[in-house]
Write a protein that binds this ligand. Structure first.
Ligand SMILES: [Fe+2]
Length: 467
């Protein structure tokens, strides 16, 4: 007879010993896991930028220059785990890499299947280390108030370089949902790697908020990119049409028929296939509450130094009006302008091919001067509502229809720097209050907003709201 198997007391004792050993092993494992250390070394990712180039309610592209190391990946999720990369729920390796192009090893990680109107936290990890923890917002899939910033024209050398940096810093202070950058990123023709490196490093360091929010850019091709007409696809993974990366124009929407953004290209044929694409895109999105378009060259510049763009007017102006484009955002001339809502016309009351139409017209705003030295605004038209000469960005608040208000946009012109007659620069950024995620519609303390002759600090659209 086997005494061991027949002795209940001994069996219970052995069972308890086994349980104790298992518990100890489990505790050691838990301790080892919780002791996992975040590497002190930072990842070798540099010049990080986030881009909206698809449906922004569910996707975002994170792009960076991999300076060294191997196996870079983005670790991300809706919960903030700081730099503890292993705790993030999701991981994405770059599906596209461009090695040694413009002296950069560019990695493109597209995050997909994100949830709308959410905050996502992320780090980039590689064999060298782990980046700082950053975060971004996805666009809402229902009509919801938001802000965005638009402007264009930066330069790579002083003193315009410093003006551009001031405008970049303002982006971080105002923390918009996205930035539509309206072309002309660097001096020259867009082919100098050192100028691009400088632009990307400035964008990375200056437009990121103090608490680590990275604001996605929507890039537009300008004439200072004409030395390489696919450069924005290489730098920002910007979309293109007809299988040709020099056909760099695209559109996207969010908010369930609330907001549609069209990016056009004034530096290739604006007629032909681009006009056909624009017509089809406007037709497909005609029921949207707001439709806006960004492109570099204005139809009618507000400085005598720049010529009218008649062919572009002939190809696009009628389509804008016929399909109810609300806002046309222009750049290139380096100044501030906002028109009355305009309808293309060549009747006896028209000037430069436009007449005022407050009810159905398109509002034209611009014209560049994010950083480039501002030109004199010496070519106003009878339908010009405001113009001025200073470095500026447009900060636009977008509101859906409410109980007692229509859907509307409110456009603030934020002056970021200015030259006096002796060419001394003054900056208007350092003293400006930084907004928080909870108050992104607040007018910050010490912000220098353009005031017109009626002390009006913003322009609303629909235009009848400017009473
Ligand atoms: Fe330009």
């Amino acid at each position: 007879m086997n005494q061991n198997s027949s002795n209940p007391k001994k069996q219970i004792f052995m069972f308890r010993i086994q349980i104790t050993i298992l518990t100890l092993i489990l505790m050691i494992l838990i301790t080892l896991t919780s002791c996992k250390q975040v590497p002190e070394a930072h990842a070798a990712s540099d010049k990080c930028r986030l881009v909206w180039n698809d449906d922004p309610t569910s996707t975002i592209t994170i792009i960076w220059d991999q300076l060294a190391g191997k196996q870079p990946a983005v670790f991300y999720g809706k919960k903030d785990f700081g730099r503890k990369y292993w705790k993030y729920k999701n991981q994405q390796t770059p599906a596209r890499k461009l090695i040694d192009y413009y002296l950069m090893n560019t990695c493109y990680a597209k995050l997909e299947n994100l949830e709308p109107d959410q905050t996502y936290y992320f780090v980039i990890k590689d064999s060298v280390g782990v980046s700082n923890r950053f975060y971004f917002l996805t666009a809402p899939d229902k009509p919801k108030a938001f802000t965005f910033i638009t402007g264009g024209d930066t330069k790579s050398v002083s003193p315009s370089l410093e003006s551009g940096r001031a405008s970049n810093t303002m982006v971080a202070k105002l923390r918009p949902l996205f930035v539509l950058f309206n072309g002309d990123f660097t001096s020259g023709n867009g082919t100098r790697p050192d100028y691009w490196h400088r632009w990307l490093k400035d964008w990375d360091s200056l437009t990121t908020t103090q608490d680590g929010r990275k604001i996605p850019i929507v890039p537009v091709h300008g004439n200072h990119e004409n030395g390489n007409k696919s450069i924005l696809n290489k730098i920002f993974d910007a979309p293109f049409q007809h299988g040709d990366s020099t056909n760099l124009y695209y559109s996207f929407s969010f908010g369930d028929k609330f907001f549609h953004v069209i990016v056009l290209n004034s530096e290739i044929d604006v007629g032909g296939s681009q006009r056909e694409w624009l017509k089809a895109d406007l037709e497909d999105h005609k029921d949207f509450c707001f439709k806006i378009a960004g492109y570099h060259k204005p139809f009618r510049p507000h400085t005598s130094k720049k010529k009218d763009n008649d062919y572009q007017y002939d190809q696009w102006a009628e389509l804008f009006y016929d399909f109810g484009l609300d806002l046309a955002i222009e750049a290139d001339s380096h100044m501030h302008k906002i028109t009355y809502p305009l309808k293309p016309s060549n009747d006896e009351y028209s000037h430069h091919g436009f007449v005022r139409d407050d009810e159905k017209g398109t509002l034209f705003i611009g014209e560049g001067s994010w950083g480039a030295k501002h030109r004199v605004n010496d070519d106003d038209k009878p339908w010009t509502f405001q113009s001025g000469s200073f470095n500026q960005i447009k900060w636009i608040h977008v509101w859906p229809e409410g109980v007692d208000q229509p859907a509307f946009m409110e456009i603030f012109t934020v002056i970021t720097s200015q030259y006096d007659e002796a060419l001394n620069q003054t900056f208007f950024v350092d003293e400006v209050e930084s907004l928080t995620e909870e108050n992104v519609f607040k007018i910050p303390e010490n912000i220098n907003l353009y005031l017109d002759s009626n002390s009006r600090k913003s322009v609303k659209y629909p235009f009848y709201l400017n009473k």
